[in-house]
Ligand binder design. Sequence first.
Ligand code: ADP
Length: 403
Amino acid sequence: MKVLVLNCGSSSVKYQFIDTEKAAALAKGMVERIGMSSAVLTHMPEGREKIKIVGEILDHTIAIEYVIAVLLSPNHGVIKNIKEIDAVGHRVVHGGETFSGSVLITDRVITALKDNIELAPLHNPPNIKGIEASKKHLPETPQCGVFDTAFHSKMPPKAYLYAIPYELYKKYKIRRYGFHGTSHRFVSLRAAELLGRPFEELKIITAHLGNGASMAAVDRGVSVDTSMGFTPLEGLMMGTRCGDMDPSVIVYIMGKEGLTLSEANTLMNKHSGLVGLSGDSSDMREIEESVMENDKKAKNAFDVFTYRIKKYVGAYTAAMGGLDALVFTGGIGENSVMVRNAVCENMEYLGIKLDDKLNNEAKGEAEISSADSKAKVFEIPTNEELVIAMDTAEIVNEQLSNS
Ligand code: ADP
């Protein structure tokens, strides 16, 4: 089956056109600067030169029209007929408490998504726009929604409840939801395959470390805890987000600096994390370069970042009562030798022992723990688009066999 995977943000649409039988992308690309007069579509057909198209792309409907047109283009396309798009898979950030798995998108699903807008005001509206736009261009094509929150939906109440008055949970659905679920699911499943053992037997910690970063405790196939919470702000320190801190800190700063709610939100989400502590960059490569040059602030940023991951490894091992595998993924997790090294340092007592040579030389998918490490450590490139495509194909095939 050939699935168009769409990830719609407020001013961008990322896409991949995936052949699920080959588990490979035939083309990928993105439209950026939607709403501006000089929006850019970058299209990368597999094995051929990438192209850029600049145009006036005023909304998501036009953006998706461009995407379909370039997929069909005689020179740069990968299909000859629009009917070759068998299904569309949409990444949806927040499924709230309504969605515990991927779904075929119906009018009822769209209504439920709209009901969840309050929980993800920045992400869900463009996701819904993308769904509506692609339904317009491909009215006969099945569309599925795959949620960032779904993999975490089986967390027990002790992991998802906050210690605030229970009525607030009931009234506003304030609880831990967790994000990056597709990535945590993909890499934990892959780790089980690499270990050659059933997923349902294993205790796995996954660390998705990109600009946004989160960890999950995957106990026998179920995400039983995860570091992001009600929003993607909680937990690990990130490129520009503060992650865990005493909630009073923000109230205190608001009082001292006279910040509005929106300014406080911006401070925690855009000016904190690596960029906040280093005063310089949110990019781990640049932080690492500055650490090598003995920049103290960068060193602080690096240390806080890695120390917090280490603490979560300890916490989740305790939560699961053991550990079979620790997985690093995301731009930092897949590439940073220094971060993996700092996280795993002095963790032998937990059964974690890195092999320095394997860690240094790792490229792509790799086991990086030493032969005598009780828990295995992996670096596994994530592939959220493939998960979305596979889920979509499964749902559509199920529909077809039921009809
Ligand atoms: P996003 O969350 O936006 O998808 P990515 O998963 O692409 O982000 O991760 C981006 C992060 O990965 C950046 O901090 C970047 O510096 C970091 N990164 C990429 N390559 C390397 C590398 N070789 N060494 C260290 N960090 C890296």
